[in-house]
Design a protein around this ligand. Sequence first.
Ligand SMILES: Cc1ncc(C[n+]2csc(CCOP(=O)(O)OP(=O)(O)O)c2C)c(N)n1
Ligand SMILES: [Mg+2]
Length: 661
Amino acid sequence: MQSVTHDQMANAIRALAMDAVEKAKSGHPGLPMGAADMATVLFTQVLKYDAGEPSWPDRDRFVLSAGHGSMLLYSLLYLTGYPGMQIADLENFRQLGSLTPGHPEYHHTPGIEMTTGPLGQGIATAVGMALAERMLNAEFGEIVDHHTYVLASDGDLMEGISQEAIGIAGHLRLNRLIVLYDDNGISIDGPISIADSVDQVKRFAACNWNAVKIDGHDPAAILRAIRKAQKSDKPSLIACKTTIGFGAPTRAGTSKAHGEALGAEEVAGARRALHWDSPPFAVPDAILEAWRKAGSKGKSRRKAWIKALAALEPAQREEFERRQHGDLPRAFLEAAEAYKRKLATDKTEMATRKASEALLAALAGAIPELITGSADLTGSNNTKVAATPEIKPGDYAGRYVHWGIREHGMAAAVNGMALHGGFIPSGASFLVFTDYCRPALRLASLMQIRAIEVMTHDSIGLGEDGPTHQPVEHLAALRAIPNLLVFRPADQTETLECWQLALEAKHNPSVLALTRQNLPAIRHEYTHENLCARGAYEIAAAYGSAPEVSIFASGSEVSIALAARDLLGEKRIATRVVSVPCMDLFLAQEEDIRAAIIGSAPILIGVEAAIRQGWDEIIGEHGLFIGMHGFGASGPYKKVYEHFGITPQAVADAAMRRHNG
Ligand SMILES: Cc1ncc(C[n+]2csc(CCOP(=O)(O)OP(=O)(O)O)c2C)c(N)n1
Ligand SMILES: [Mg+2]
């Protein structure tokens, strides 16, 4: 067999990328052509993977943070022989239903570790993958022993989230994280010098990274730098100086190579420059064979790994496999049930953030995969319990992450831990700061992963900190994200039920919105059934006759609704109350279930210390809404509730006005 050179293998990527973009008449040829040398070194000499088995738990992870370069990944998946990826898929680049959507999509295409496209998310998510690897290694030993590689672009490193990511990764000394920076000096608007003059090597070095600069078209230099990085006790940045659109005769090195088809003439010129004389979408047999060989090189290592797994002590092996499947431990389910029985007789007034802490204290020991943490609000979010000791630099045996004041980086890293497998990760902050996490929450929702955010201080009920800290539009804004479950429990029992639902939702991220202020217990009877599972349920039926008023409320406002029901009862107005701990789950129910829960009372009232948006789905446009119409105010929380008219009397008055009018 003739020997195939590095250049030929890299040029296969370049040719496929430009051909696919050309055929689709859209896409980004510049990155795949510029980064082909790095990718070739990685996928032929560095990465531990078996293309035939993309879900091998101990594979190295590769994250293309610059998702616009998707054709780089798709070419690699085809060349190395990942399941399903055929040349026809490359010909169908960016077409509906193809395996090759515009940006890489997790779950959609085997071999894609995460959905990328929003710049900065990839590198930040990879931090969570690298952390999860070390934590799982601390627990299970050498059966978990891999690296996380990232290919990041100028845009990735300009985004603010990258600073949060590299800050925490450098601090935690995540030395299994290796970032290859596609240092091409070009972005959409032109040379990056028009908007940036950061020395990235110095910046990463200042964040406790090992950082070097090399020629990104020199395969030997790339390999040398990676081998060195693998031995570093810090995460590594390898700034690889490259030419965007490498090979394109007039567009290489310019922003014209970034995001449009090159055109027939330029493609022909690139073919000549690269000495690539195969027709579009054709890869010479010898070159494809060399690539396929690289793709299956890891098979023997994977087989050896399977043996090593089988040789583990049975209990440990079963635990590892359970964790990979993401099933909850039976001990946890039993402990949660026992805890729920206990709560039925517990009348303690308690903030739901405290209820969350209490249940974590009681149950976290039975669910070792649950990771908690906080973005510097540990004492306020109440997410730290005895069973979750801290993770420290170089010591990953804990279960609690101090993320620092890095909400966005935290949310992305939590996604990365979920994607890695083996954990159910959660982060925490104030609900108002979900705005700082939103792009990562959206991506978690798009990827359908089990990432949990504990967001406390969920309304004006936080009181004195005032309107900067009082969320009003956040519940609506979060409910607007498809697939994200927004829970707002009303007492200890609902807090447990909502936590359980979040933990059981293998394919949904969740936000648990919890109160700062104390709330009375509203649930007094044990039910095996999780009443929050349908998103809403009748917590109090109408006295006597057919209900004239139905009040719907969530979280801290359920007890207000119950008190309003008493006031209306005194006026002989039959009133029922429906608790709505998760509007998303409620709206996902079948029509008849929704109709039964909404009921047939002529007067429908929604109560939530937040804006009305979304509530019309339950109360209708003619329904009454007691809530917020603008920003909150600083003051003791009871006074603030009175100031904004969110009280039992206000609810009862509104109902009576409608009743009498
Ligand atoms: C958060 C975010 N903002 C903007 C964009 C749109 N966008 C895609 S690529 C890009 C920048 C391209 O520059 P670079 O990252 O250096 O990639 P290169 O052109 O070198 O391939 C931008 C602004 C995006 N994908 N994500
Ligand atoms: Mg660039």
